[in-house]
Design a protein around this ligand. Structure first.
Ligand SMILES: Cc1cc2nc3c(=O)[nH]c(=O)nc-3n(C[C@H](O)[C@H](O)[C@H](O)COP(=O)(O)OP(=O)(O)OC[C@H]3O[C@@H](n4cnc5c(N)ncnc54)[C@H](O)[C@@H]3O)c2cc1C
Length: 376
């Protein structure tokens, strides 16, 4: 029998220290909650570290779906959180409204861009069509692309980015400053109810807590199945490449279809990504790496192998309908779930933490979460 540890003061245990769990822990701690984060590894090392940090432009008109409202709220909160973290920890997460360009190098992609203009107009997303000349004026390094591959391009001034590994570092430092307890290399094997409280079973201990929020990303399903939750999450692997240039040579995120190049302020360039359903296998696949190198060079020929620093993969947590599960468990009122953020967890983390903090504090929630409920 494992030892029993009672953390009497812990009002909320957060299971999973990715961007969702860390942002939530920070907000709860700011409200005076005693918070403990449990992570099976070191915190901030999984999908949230592996991602690119792109914050795409969002639907600005009256939102219809709760996901649009979450995007709007998150969009408003990113600059605020970045400033708070900088002030509290001195760590700059490099949040920047750098803008983005969607490129098309095939007729099909070009038609898809043109066809989307009506939707972006309806959604009041700012955009500008670029011809080949204005593209090169905006990003001179795209000269070779414009000469050979150009079919279409659209500029989005509101696209932004954060440097996610630094953002995570800042969140961890901020949580520590506010007294959040960290239980790392501490996998939670099960959650059960007892006398209105919740029990977490780890390999070493049993912890009794008042509230639990599951933010376990791609690993959520295994953790929730014993407690009768239907929130299925599927891991979707993505490959990333990191290049380093002597200095930055372009400043906007360059997107083509689902792939992109992201310029960091110090000359690093991230290139992503693939989408593969291969379970929890995170191994690198040479052909995926080769595909991304070809893609990157098609846009910026300067990115040859000599500039390649490293490659990695990460597991995106995908729900069955690609919409996150956010809310209270249908039968256990002190069990909360925030997972399944798929391709947008960095983007949606600020809004997710905000509404969950309201929910856990028993306050009115910013907007109706029904469409995001875990048991849908
Ligand atoms: C290649 C790639 C590119 C991406 N690009 C972007 C992007 O540009 N913009 C964007 O918004 N999003 C992007 N994403 C998606 C984004 O990274 C994810 O949606 C987000 O990181 C999910 O955050 P999370 O906290 O839910 O999961 P994670 O960061 O995976 O964290 C989950 C944590 O839970 C822990 N855990 C799991 N099970 C247990 C357990 N039983 N006990 C204790 N701990 C446990 C894990 O160890 C992990 O630390 C990308 C993802 C990938 C892989």
């Amino acid at each position: 029998m494992a030892n029993e540890t009672r953390i009497k003061t812990v009002q909320c245990a957060v299971i999973g220290g990715g961007v969702i769990g860390l942002t939530l822990a920070f907000r709860l701690a700011q409200r005076g909650f005693e918070v403990a984060i449990f992570d099976k590894r070191q915190v901030g090392q999984e999908a949230s570290w592996a991602g690119a940090g792109i914050l795409p432009p969002i639907n600005q008109r009256d939102p219809i779906h709760a996901l649009d409202r979450l995007k709007q709220l998150s969009y408003q909160l990113h600059p605020k959180l970045s400033n708070e973290l900088l002030e509290l920890t001195g760590i700059d997460n490099e949040f920047q409204p750098c803008g983005g360009i969607n490129l098309a190098s095939t007729i099909g992609e070009s038609a898809a861009l043109s066809g989307s203009c009506e939707l972006w107009t309806r959604e009041k997303i700012q955009f500008k069509k670029l011809d080949h000349k204005s593209l090169v004026e905006l990003e001179p390094q795209l000269n070779a692309f414009a000469e050979t591959n150009f079919k279409n391009a659209i500029y989005f001034p509101e696209e932004s980015q954060i440097r996610n590994p630094r953002h995570l570092k800042a969140l961890i430092a901020a949580c520590k400053k506010l007294g959040v307890q960290f239980h790392q290399e501490c996998k939670v094997n099960s959650i059960s109810t007892k006398n209105g409280l919740l029990e977490l079973q780890t390999d070493q201990h049993r912890h009794t807590v008042k509230n639990v929020c599951v933010t376990a990303g791609a690993w959520t399903t295994g953790l929730l199945k014993d407690i009768g939750s239907k929130s299925e999450v599927v891991p979707i692997k993505g490959h990333m490449l990191l290049f380093k240039l002597p200095s930055p040579c372009f400043s906007r995120v360059l997107n083509e279809g689902n792939r992109y190049l992201v310029p960091r302020k110090d000359g690093h360039v991230l290139v992503g990504s693939s989408e593969e359903e291969t379970g929890f296998d995170k191994s690198l696949c040479e052909s995926e790496v080769a595909n991304l190198k070809t893609f990157a060079r098609g846009i910026l020929p300067i990115l040859d192998d000599s500039k390649l620093v490293t490659t990695w993969t990460g597991l995106r947590p995908m729900s069955f309908d690609q919409i996150p599960y956010i809310g209270q468990h249908s039968e256990i009122e002190n069990l909360f779930i925030a997972t399944g953020h798929y391709r947008g967890g960095l983007q949606l983390s600020t809004g997710t933490a905000h509404v969950l903090t309201q929910l856990i504090s028993g306050e009115p929630v910013e907007f109706e979460l029904n469409e995001l409920r875990p048991e849908r």
